[in-house]
Design a protein around this ligand. Sequence first.
Ligand SMILES: CCS(=O)(=O)N1CC(CC#N)(n2cc(-c3nc(Nc4ccc(C(=O)OC(C)(C)C)cc4)nc4[nH]ccc34)cn2)C1
Length: 297
Amino acid sequence: SLTDLLYPPFYEERHLKYISALGKGNFGSVDLCRYDPLGDNTGDLVAVKKLQQNTAEHLQDFERETEILRALHNDFIVQYRGVCYNTGRKNLRLIMEYLPNGCLREYLQNHRDHLYQGKLLLYARQICKGMQYLGEKRYVHRDLATRNILVENSNHVKIGDFGLAKILPQDKEYYVVHERGESPIFWYAPESLADSIFSRQSDIWSFGVLLYELFTYGEKSSSPPSEFLRLMGSGNQLQLVNQMLDLLMKGVRLTVPPGCHAEVYGLMMQCWALQPAVRPTFSDLEQRMETHESRWG
Ligand SMILES: CCS(=O)(=O)N1CC(CC#N)(n2cc(-c3nc(Nc4ccc(C(=O)OC(C)(C)C)cc4)nc4[nH]ccc34)cn2)C1
């Protein structure tokens, strides 16, 4: 695309000037840098993702992540700018557009007094559009949560991270994952908890949890982990997954956020259908939110 022509696919490490840390996760971290080849501070601000520990396996996953992002062109997905290999090609870095307003979870917490339900639905619909596009290209995100959504401005959010994304094989509609890693189990569908099965329908489940996060304004005390742990009591990691699965199979779900319209909670509940095939698609959700949004504005 045009942006590919305008931006160099390879950034030279010597011109990447570190400014500050933007985010940190299990295997990666994101820094704010200025790419300043002229050395006069007129270069662009960019977000640079790098691996924490660059083992061969993580490097391979990271290279796959950069290829996935490079292939995506959508208003509701963070834009790829290029990659930066340092001399030994040991540590690859992923260069992306810098979004000035940070991650959606913090944004909700810091701006809740002027974010009304219509605006929350606008963000939900934009994420839906990004996920619809992703699904058309047979990608499964696997980590849909407000912590992985970025804010361009008060009317525009984007899916910001594809660290756990996988591409579905041509002959299968689901992906079985073997590495456990630090899984976001409170956003996981039952089939993912039970058999590590991921699909576009398990992304729908996670989207339902993301909707819940939106309408609780990312509040920590009512976050999915807090709520589910309250329902479960303590237990070690293995028990946690089994306890979680037990709750979900019994029909226990996150409760309606205070002040949340019944129809929106209804959408969350549809995303949390036990049977993957019963869950709506992202286009179903987008249409259903379109009708509500016009009513609440
Ligand atoms: C998964 C592990 S991860 O470590 O790889 N990682 C975490 C991840 C989750 C997601 N998505 N992440 C992406 C960005 C990010 N941030 C930004 N802008 C901003 C702008 C302002 C602020 C801010 O005010 O922050 C403070 C700390 C409150 C001062 C933060 C970020 N622009 C971006 N463009 C591309 C990515 C990207 C940050 N965290 C991906």
